[in-house]
Design a protein around this ligand. Structure first.
Ligand SMILES: Nc1ncnc2c1ncn2[C@@H]1O[C@H](COP(=O)(O)OP(=O)(O)OP(=O)(O)O)[C@@H](O)[C@H]1O
Ligand SMILES: [Mg+2]
Length: 218
């Protein structure tokens, strides 16, 4: 369970992007964060992921509190999540296989053989098993997005934090992504997704949490 308790985020320039956010997400739940551009959706996901510290308030997952000032605890914190964020780009000079391997290399907990098995299992889940030797630039937009998903999933996270998963995808590719996300949720993975995409929302049938200028809509 994720508990966001009275979180406020003020950026260094003084702009308050989130004000007094309270939100609880149960394990296995599907939640979409909606709201206009600039409402604070990405800011909220980055705070939960431990990428950007809240100015005040707390984030607690399964009774463990995020401590933004302890870097080793922060690294452990991040392993709970699979992240698909707009600014987490693919590495275009490495193969599909090595893009998915990267998070495991950063964690450094497994042998290469174990890592390779995990990478192939993740590529299989998103239907890219045949592309492991390809370079990302040779994949379509939808395939690149599925590659991002494999990279987010490779360490078997229980929670996926996803920012605009279907942005810039045509309807067919967006549907593939929606169905993959639904499949992971059916296996028990908690989904927390920032999106404007009404088609994705209809397909996922999530609980929707609206943000307006940094406040949660009642
Ligand atoms: N690093 C930063 N420094 C200052 N202000 C920021 C920073 N990052 C975001 N903001 C501001 O905080 C507000 C919320 O930004 P955020 O990226 O969370 O919005 P969003 O809801 O994800 O929007 P979009 O739908 O366009 O992605 C915006 O007004 C944005 O300009
Ligand atoms: Mg955003």
């Amino acid at each position: 369970m994720i508990v966001i308790n009275n979180v406020t985020k003020r950026y260094p320039d003084g702009f308050t992007a989130l004000s007094n956010i309270h939100l609880t997400v149960e394990s296995g739940e599907k939640v979409c964060i909606t709201g206009h551009s600039g409402a604070g959706k990405s800011t909220l996901l980055k705070i939960i992921a431990g990428i950007s510290p809240p100015t005040s308030g707390s984030v607690v997952i399964n009774n463990t509190s995020l401590n933004p000032h302890n870097s080793s605890l922060k690294a452990l914190w991040r392993r709970q999540f699979g992240l698909m964020f707009e600014d987490h780009k693919l590495l275009f000079d490495r193969s599909v296989f090595h893009n998915v391997l990267l998070p495991l290399e950063i964690i450094g907990a497994h042998s290469f053989k174990q890592c390779a098995q995990k990478v192939r299992a993740a590529l299989d889940k998103v239907g890219l098993a045949a592309f492991e030797k390809s370079l990302p630039a040779t994949l379509s937009g939808g395939e690149q997005q599925r590659l991002c998903m494999a990279r987010a999933l490779v360490h078997n996270p229980r929670i996926l934090l996803i920012d605009e998963p279907t942005a810039n995808l045509d309807a067919d590719y967006a549907l593939q992504i929606s169905d993959l996300l639904l499949g992971f949720n059916q296996l028990g993975v908690t989904l927390l997704i920032a999106t404007h995409d009404q088609a994705l929302i209809s397909r996922l049938n999530p609980r929707c949490v609206g943000l307006l200028q940094g406040h949660i809509l009642p």
